[in-house]
Design a protein around this ligand. Structure first.
Ligand SMILES: [Fe+2]
Ligand SMILES: [Fe+2]
Length: 234
């Protein structure tokens, strides 16, 4: 059931934000960003509670909370500790939360149920802020730090897309469930493509990253089935 799955994944994102907050602290990032990331840990726990509440309302009777999902941060082997911190912040905030924002916006556009709409709105307001942590942080990188991130960029963007697509979900058998906030395959795909084209690529470009390879991949439909061979890999 969608809202129950969402509750579990929100909690896992909370674990990821604990990592992001520690990474920002270790990198001496601006206090404002670090404080936002610390607050995001609480936001995600609140998102879990809200999603679980919505799930319970739909079930119409008390249900057991979902099992806690294991959180394993991306290893980013071959990256120095400071580069690894930067890659974690980029991956969770600039990529994952930006994609989450697009998915929530798409869901909200199709939702008609009052309960789903108000819950989606609340989640969306926070995820927009969480994405800003990533973009704000990337804006503080020196030219040298940006150059160190650049060779990883394609793999990170590709990996984020693959994770969104490959995550196991109970896709709705009936499109009417999308009205209550469920994510259909087509909604997800549309939102991910939009996030890539209209938010992620322009965002990186504006910050001075080379996005040629990502754009070539996006133009090919952003495949994550191994059919696209990047010219350069990290
Ligand atoms: Fe969330
Ligand atoms: Fe978030």
């Amino acid at each position: 059931m969608h809202w129950l799955e969402r509750a579990a994944s929100e909690r896992r994102v909370g674990d990821s934000f604990a990592l992001v907050a520690n990474a920002l602290t270790a990198l001496h990032a601006p206090d404002e960003l670090t404080a936002l990331a610390r607050r995001a840990v609480d936001d995600e726990v609140r998102h879990q509670g809200l999603s679980f509440l919505v799930a319970q309302r739909f079930f119409g009777h008390p249900i057991a909370p979902p099992a806690r999902l294991p959180f394993a941060p991306p290893a980013h082997r071959n990256a120095s500790p400071s580069l690894r911190h930067r890659l974690h912040i980029l991956g969770q905030c600039a990529l994952n939360e930006t994609s989450a924002t697009a998915v929530l916006e798409a869901s909200l556009a199709e939702a008609t149920g009052a309960l789903a709409k108000s819950a989606l709105r609340e989640l969306l307001a926070d995820e927009v802020e969480h994405a800003r942590i990533g973009w704000g942080f990337l804006g503080t990188l020196s030219a040298e730090e940006r150059a160190a991130v650049q060779p990883w960029l394609f793999a990170l963007v590709h990996g984020n897309m693959r994770t969104w697509r490959d995550t196991e979900r109970a896709y709705p058998s009936d499109d009417s469930l999308v009205a209550h906030g469920a994510i259909s395959r087509s909604l997800l795909e549309r939102a991910l493509q939009l996030a890539l084209r209209d938010l992620i690529i322009p965002g990186f470009k504006q910050l001075g990253f080379d996005t040629a390879e990502i754009e070539r991949w996006a133009q090919a439909g952003a495949p994550t089935d191994g059919s696209f061979v990047p010219q350069e890999t990290a």
